[in-house]
Write a protein that binds this ligand. Structure first.
Ligand SMILES: [Zn+2]
Length: 164
């Protein structure tokens, strides 16, 4: 059973600043018609949208994702075990890109901020904590293995480790 192979812990530490939800979404109020100069998303009826129709905006402000990118403060981290990453690098990167595209249909602001090689392991940072979990789950669906999730107190996954 997949659920049996997911372990989770609650973090106390720097990540607990995310308690109560994503502060980049919770604290910022946007006016209808606000356009993000970073990615072109437009805030309308309480939601950010990224589509051709949404390119016109009356006001300008960074969206929560561009804000995170500017501050270099990811909401989610995914680490892929070096042993496996070295042997399957191209397939893994393609799988992550594909899963990101799928996830963005529902969450248009969710982005992969970086994908880095770290002594053979692949480390991915995201602007959305749920995206990090979704990427880990896609790896598990494709290759099996185990996901270790570390949540903050608000139960948003912050760090996701996938290992075969
Ligand atoms: Zn933006």
């Amino acid at each position: 059973m997949i659920a049996a192979r997911v372990r989770s812990t609650t973090l106390r530490g720097p990540e607990t600043e995310l308690s109560g939800g994503d502060p980049y979404r919770a604290k910022l109020k946007f006016r209808d018609g606000t356009r993000c100069p970073g990615c072109g998303a437009v805030y309308r009826a309480g939601m950010w949208a990224v589509d051709a129709d949404a390119m016109l905006g009356v006001y300008e402000a960074l969206c929560p994702s561009c804000h995170r990118v500017r501050d270099c403060l990811p909401a989610g981290y995914l680490r892929i075990d070096a042993h496996f990453a070295v042997a399957h690098r191209d397939q893994i990167l393609q799988l992550l890109e594909d899963q990101h595209d799928i996830f963005c249909r529902a969450e248009p602001l969710a982005r992969i901020m970086s994908m880095q090689d770290c002594d053979g392991a692949i480390e991915v940072t995201t602007t959305d904590a749920e995206l990090a979990r979704s990427l880990g789950e896609a790896l598990q669906t494709e290759y099996g293995g185990e996901i270790v999730l570390r949540y903050n107190e608000a139960h948003h996954p912050v760090r996701v480790l996938w290992q075969p």
